[in-house]
Design a protein around this ligand. Structure first.
Ligand SMILES: Nc1nc2c(c(=O)[nH]1)N[C@H]1C(S)=C(S)[C@@H](COP(=O)(O)OP(=O)(O)OC[C@H]3O[C@@H](n4cnc5c(=O)[nH]c(N)nc54)[C@H](O)[C@@H]3O)O[C@H]1N2
Ligand SMILES: Nc1nc2c(c(=O)[nH]1)N[C@H]1C(S)=C(S)[C@@H](COP(=O)(O)OP(=O)(O)OC[C@H]3O[C@@H](n4cnc5c(=O)[nH]c(N)nc54)[C@H](O)[C@@H]3O)O[C@H]1N2
Ligand code: SF4
Ligand SMILES: [Mo]
Length: 829
């Protein structure tokens, strides 16, 4: 650990794929101080709201502390030896009885590279099945297909610096301002320095990323292929093709151009005017240095792979690739999405960018791992895997660092899959998630600040995450848990790692197999000599790492016009626009889009612990255009029901012109562990891209209606409560406790009676006040000594909502004055 610096320890942020360097310093009080690492090339000291609040999230509230059998029904605490023996026995038994394809791992881009490597080695190398897939399937899979088809390998050619060096940056299906905020800050700063830098945002929504945009193309959802086919045709028609490049370094151009030319009705399909299209096409064609940065608006589509290739085609055709300030740029979402692709933890790849269909690769890995059981066929992709579970074909599954009950489409099917599978193990840091609720065995994993290893960011830069805090309870690193199980399955000599540095060293060596002259893009040959101390002190390294980097480097790939295809040429891919699977109808006339909000991360297991982050968006919401809201009689902030034949979700209406009429946008964060019925995946059918297996999360036909209820409440409490019998609740973290937002079909006095049962005993004062008119407004407060324990305010919906949310009560010592204020009802707006 680098402790030279007054106790500040260098590590990497827990969240997005920007991979910002963080310095953390534990205080005697148990708190953790956080600041940006000025020497880190991702962020040079900057952090976003989530990064700054990392210290808030190390609290042990809700942590999973002990391996537990049947956690939801007669929980039984186990020691590690019994827990890992049980997993080994159940997996071995299933393999003996039903074959190695009857078991599976479902893993995550939030594992460290070392964890990921070991999981992949056990499943593909020794169990002999490729049934290991990652939540990156929901995130990067279409980009991986696009890269491999075009470049022959999963290569991201550009660096962050290219955003600063570009003449033009096109953001396609990326809300960079919220999802990669520090990268967005870099782009904003570059534009301040060079106002000529042309920024274009291509997104059906007018997002915060448009704040710095010169042009926003609010295209119809799902129409990107048509848009970029139009660009390819424009490049041809206006003599902006780079014929020399096309001829020397590519193949398949004519077919791609033909497909693009056949693209009719571009304006109609995209919903953009000819003038908008021309402006964009002209700018792309005439600017020399263009970066096209794309994310989930591209990947999460039933034609996501074609979207990716339609973008890459335009870069190849104009030769805008392989030099500074230029190139297609798929940004990664999770902190180690890139690392997962490197270790091969997708069901259809082998380790270290080696491939199933290459017998030489197969032999190299088998020899290196000393195994004769390496999987020979790709395994099941995430959606297929859960289908197989629902059909009873998977007898044991191990889910690590992901929450599929919330994040996979078709929530009902996922529930059925989890119920059907005879043995479900979940490794997580948090005790109560929708997925742990379905587990037969839960095992506690170390989380950010406790675990140690490496992550790779969007620009291929590998950084250390370091241990800065002790882990609570019995939590262990994922690589250790997997290795213990592997040993008990009979593979001890292959998994006897003493620490994560040994795993990394093995992985670095593996990257060199058959790769001594740069046959593959990914190599860590320069790190194979790293000793324990070197690993411990490792500074950020951008792959390919040919020799240990002692200074910051910015390496681009594909610079020589040489690609990783058999003949070294890049492939154009003929792409065709196809409408998304789900279409609107009279019954379901609106389109639901889903994605992220600024201050929350995924299913909120971490950001949901920070009061600061909770303040920005306090409840699940749905963005709706004013015209649509007026049509459906929906008023601002009202509770609404979004529904279709898949299911229903509840959220508060945010009426805004960010979305087009007829479109809705819901954030993905709230779920049944943090709210009642508020997850978009309950509405989303499992349509996927045929090639990548990535689900179409951004295009679902739904209807909407006001959800009018009788009464509402706010409930402030120091510890979490369980709310049964109300139609809607959402939990917000506040300082010293939680604030529940509640709505109910009961009359106010009945709701008050129901919620009063949640007032814990142990108080020495109970204050209550009733506004008198049939209990239509009531307030209850319990106090112990100088502390307010819980406070409840219930009111009839016919009354305006109270102004104060009661959360201040947990901060200040209780006094007569406060008592007086509390009892002075009504406090209505
Ligand atoms: N605050 C925050 N940041 C995060 C995360 C988080 O949970 N919270 N998660 C991280 C992860 S894992 C990921 S993958 C990234 C995702 O980062 P982004 O992809 O930037 O985020 P999303 O909000 O999922 O989707 C981006 C945009 O795609 C648009 N879109 C929808 N349909 C289409 C379409 O057909 N065409 C086009 N062009 N655009 C469309 C949506 O309107 C949305 O604004 O964020 C990472 N960063
Ligand atoms: N509708 C819709 N659905 C989507 C998306 C969308 O845009 N729309 N986006 C998709 C995308 S891009 C993504 S990436 C997924 C994300 O979806 P998930 O991966 O399901 O979301 P997380 O909440 O990040 O789940 C991570 C879990 O791992 C735990 N965890 C954290 N660190 C560790 C660790 O070190 N070890 C272990 N064992 N556990 C750990 C956390 O407590 C948490 O429970 O959602 C996908 N689903
Ligand atoms: S931009 Fe991403 S990596 Fe950087 S601080 Fe924010 S969440 Fe963390
Ligand atoms: Mo993601």
């Amino acid at each position: 650990m680098s402790r030279e610096n007054d106790g500040w320890i260098k590590t990497t942020c827990a969240y997005c794929g920007v991979g910002c360097g963080v310095e953390a310093r534990p205080k005697l009080s148990g708190e953790l101080e956080i600041r940006g690492d000025k020497s880190h090339p991702s962020n040079y000291g900057k952090l976003c709201t989530k990064g700054i609040a990392l210290g808030d999230t190390i609290i042990t509230d809700g942590r999973l502390l002990t391996p537990t059998l049947n956690p939801n029904d007669q929980p039984q605490a186990l020691d590690w030896s019994s827990a890992t023996t049980l997993i080994a026995d159940k997996f071995s038994q299933a393999i003996r009885d039903y074959g190695s394809d009857s078991v599976a791992f479902y893993v995550s881009g939030q594992l460290l590279t070392e964890d990921y490597y070991v999981a992949n080695k056990l499943m593909k190398g020794f169990i002999g099945s490729a049934n290991i897939d990652s939540n990156s399937r929901l995130c990067m899979a279409s980009s991986v297909v696009g890269h491999k088809r075009a470049f022959g390998s999963d290569t991201v050619p550009v660096c962050y610096e290219d955003l600063e060096l570009a003449d033009m940056v096109v953001l396609v299906g990326s809300n960079l301002a919220w999802c990669h905020p520090v990268l967005f800050q870099r782009l904003r700063a570059a534009k301040q320095v060079n106002p000529e830098l042309n920024v274009v945002v291509i997104d059906p929504r007018k997002t915060e990323s448009c704040d710095i945009a010169d042009q926003h193309l609010g295209l119809h959802s799902g129409s990107d292929v048509a848009l970029f086919n139009g660009l390819l045709t424009y490049l041809d028609q206006h003599q902006h093709l780079d014929h020399t490049y096309i001829k020397a370094h590519t193949q398949g151009f004519e077919q791609a151009l033909q497909a693009a030319r056949a693209q009719a009705d571009i304006a109609e399909i995209t919903g953009l005017s000819h003038q908008q299209l021309d402006e964009f096409y002209h700018a792309f064609a005439t600017q020399q240095k263009v970066v096209t940065l794309y994310s989930q608006g591209v990947n999460q589509s039933s034609i996501g792979s074609d979207k990716v290739n339609s973008i890459i085609n335009c870069h190849l055709a104009s030769g805008k690739i392989g030099y500074p300030g230029c190139g297609p740029f798929s940004v990664t979402g999770q902190p180690n999405a890139m690392g997962g692709r490197e270790v091969g933890a997708l069901a259809n790849t082998l380790a270290s960018h080696m491939e199933f269909d290459n017998p030489q690769h197969h032999q190299l890995i088998s020899d290196f791992w000393h195994t004769d059981n390496l999987a020979t066929q790709p395994g099941l992709k995430a959606v297929e895997l859960f289908d197989a579970m629902a059909e009873g074909k998977i007898k044991a599954v191990w889910i690590m660092a992901t929450n599929p009950m919330v994040s996979l489409p078709d929530s009902d099917k996922i529930r059925k899959a989890m119920q059907t599978c005879p043995f479900v193990v979940v490794s997580d840091c948090i005790a109560d998630t929708e997925t742990t609720r379905m587990a037969d065995l839960v095992v506690p994993a170390q989380g950010w600040s406790e675990k140690s290893g490496t992550v790779t960011n969007s620009e291929r830069r590998i950084s250390r995450q370091r241990r800065v805090m002790p882990s609570p309870g019995m939590a262990k690193p994922d690589w250790w848990i997997i290795s213990q199980v592997a040993s008990k399955m009979g593979y001890a000599q292959h998994f006897n790692y003493r620490h994560e540095g040994e795993v990394f060293a093995e992985y670095a060596r593996l990257s060199t197999l058959g790769n001594l002259s740069g046959e593959r893009d990914f190599t860590l040959i320069g790190l194979t000599q790293l000793d324990d101390q070197g690993y411990s002190r490792l500074t950020p390294q951008q792959w390919p790492v040919v020799k240990l980097q002692t200074e910051i480097v910015n390496q681009r790939l594909l610079t020589k016009g040489r690609f990783y295809t058999p003949d070294g040429k890049a492939n154009f891919i003929a792409t065709h626009h196809k409408a998304p699977h789900d279409g609107t109808s009279n019954r379901f006339p609106l389109l639901l889009n889903s994605g992220r909000t600024r201050d929350h991360w995924h299913t909120m297991s971490r950001t949901g612990l920070s009061a600061r982050l909770g303040e920005y968006r306090t409840q699940p919401y749905v963005q709706i255009h004013p015209n649509t809201a007026a049509y459906y009689g929906i008023t601002s902030n009202q509770l609404v029901k979004i529904h279709n034949t898949q299911g229903q979700s509840l959220a508060r209406a945010e009426i805004c012109a960010q979305v087009l009429p007829g479109q809705l946008f819901m954030p993905i964060h709230w779920n049944n562990a943090t709210a009642k019925q508020s997850k978009p995946c309950a509405l989303i059918a499992p349509f996927t891209d045929k090639l990548s297996g990535q689900p179409e999360f951004k295009h679902t036909a739904v209807s909407i209606a006001p959800y009018a209820l009788q009464s509402a409440a706010r409930f402030v409490t120091r510890t979490m409560v369980t709310l049964d019998g109300v139609e809607y609740w959402a939990r917000q973290k506040i300082e010293h406790g939680y604030l529940y937002h509640i709505e109910s079909s009961l009359p106010a006095h009945q709701l008050a009676n129901l919620l009063k049962q949640q007032l814990h005993s142990g108080y020495d004062q109970l204050l209550s006040v009733d506004s008198g008119s049939a209990g239509s407004q009531q307030r209850w407060v319990t106090v112990c000594g100088e502390q307010v324990l819980q406070a409840l305010h219930v009111w009839a919906q016919s009354l305006p909502a109270p102004v104060d949310d009661l959360s201040e009560l947990l901060k200040s010592p209780f006094s007569d004055e406060l008592a007086g204020a509390l009892l002075a009802l009504p406090t209505v707006a």
